[in-house]
Design a binder for this molecule. Structure first.
Ligand code: NAD
Ligand code: UD1
Length: 310
């Protein structure tokens, strides 16, 4: 009998599709639930008989239950990943970013599935890092509907853990980047936008002075951690930051991109985004203690791989 599939919600998106590839490469069976709002069929090896795509919404409780039937574990990655989108549409994004999580928890409880990996975010800390490395016990200060939905999702997962025996592996990702991060919307991740615009010679907009910092994490490094969390016999209790404890400003990022292209298109500065976090840098001691980590992919190498230069 073949092994029960792993359900990956948001599996057609950037992070999800890399996780799906890694699971398939291990010979595992995978079911993806994705509404293709950001994800793409082209990100999935749909000719692989071990992969199944269920097209639909995590806000649809009946569909989530159907997609989970017969699965052994869940990686719950489906969400509207843009912080700005949640500021513009708090009600719409809440359906994906919170109700979706609750539907996953409830379907798991009903079907006795225990292991769930959850993609939370550094956004839950708001500006409480104040430029220092943020550890998991730093007080939470969600500044946007996106961050509030991620933090509420964490609390619900913890409730289902205590009350119903779920095994949530909760990660607070800092800024993940790499191939397949879709640059096509103004809401997309900054590296995907800046590299695409530099490649096409189009002007680049920096929101604010460019001195804001992020802790960038290359996708291949992340997948190694996610596989361990999904497949290990035990689960790490409580949330774990995923970052390298490295602060890179947008101005430094632009300089790196400029080096790779031998120059940059015009760069202009616009009003900062509402709710934008100033500095974000992970204290990653828990991550180091709980998981086997690869050597960090340096930003430059990750950018080269993203651009197909490596
Ligand atoms: P992404 O947009 O590429 O992937 C999200 C996927 O979820 C997409 O395929 C999208 O179509 C799907 N989706 C969205 N709403 C859905 C819904 N209601 N029902 C079903 N599918 C839905 O973004 P990503 O960067 O791969 O993000 C994956 C997860 O990681 C998200 O939960 C995001 O909040 C979280 N996260 C990402 C980062 C980052 O830096 N990329 C950092 C912290 C947390
Ligand atoms: C990102 C993720 C979010 C995650 C969070 C964790 C995306 C789209 N967002 O949010 O899911 O929870 O990290 O830390 O993946 N910027 C510009 N010009 C642009 C685009 C962005 O200056 O054209 C700036 C933004 O104002 C911000 C920085 O770049 O200061 C990073 O923006 P973005 O990539 O959207 O990421 P976060 O908001 O950090």
């Amino acid at each position: 009998m073949s092994e029960a599939p792993i359900l990956v919600t948001g599996g057609a998106g950037f992070i999800g599709s890399h996780l799906v590839d890694a699971l398939l490469a291990q010979g595992r069976s995978v079911r993806v639930l994705d509404n293709l709002s950001m994800g793409k069929r082209a990100n999935l090896a749909l000719d692989n008989p071990s992969l199944q795509l269920v097209e639909g919404d995590v806000a649809d409780a009946a569909l989530v239950a159907e997609a989970l039937a017969g699965c052994q574990a869940v990686a719950h990655l489906a969400a509207v990943a843009s912080v700005q989108a949640s500021v513009d549409d708090p009600v719409g994004t809440h359906q994906s970013n919170f109700i979706g999580t609750l539907n996953v928890c409830e379907a798991m409880r009903q079907q006795g599935v225990r292991r769930v990996l959850f993609a939370s975010s550094a956004a839950v800390y708001g500006n409480n890092g104040e430029g220092q490395a943020i550890d998991e016990n730093t007080p939470k200060a969600p500044l946007t509907p996106y961050a509030a939905d991620k933090l509420a999702s964490e609390h619900y997962l913890d409730f289902y853990r205590r009350q119903h025996g779920l095994e949530p592996a909760i990660f607070r990702f800092f800024n993940v980047f790499g191939p397949r991060q879709d640059p096509s919307s103004p809401y997309s991740g900054v590296i995907s936008i800046f590299t695409q615009r530099a490649q096409q010679g189009l002007p680049i907009s920096v929101f604010g002075d460019g001195q804001q910092t992020r802790d960038f994490f290359y996708i291949a490094d992340l997948v190694e951690v996610l596989l361990q969390a999904l497949l290990a016999p035990g689960v790490v209790e409580g949330a774990v930051n995923v970052g390298w404890n490295q602060a890179v400003s947008l101005n430094q990022l632009l300089a790196e991109i400029g080096n790779l292209f031998g120059g940059l298109p015009p760069v202009s500065h616009q009003t900062p985004r509402p709710g934008d976090i100033r500095h974000s840098r992970a204290d990653n001691q828990r991550l180091q203690a709980c998981y086997r980590l690869p050597a960090p992919t340096p930003l430059r190498d990750g950018l080269r791989q993203l651009l197909g230069l490596a």
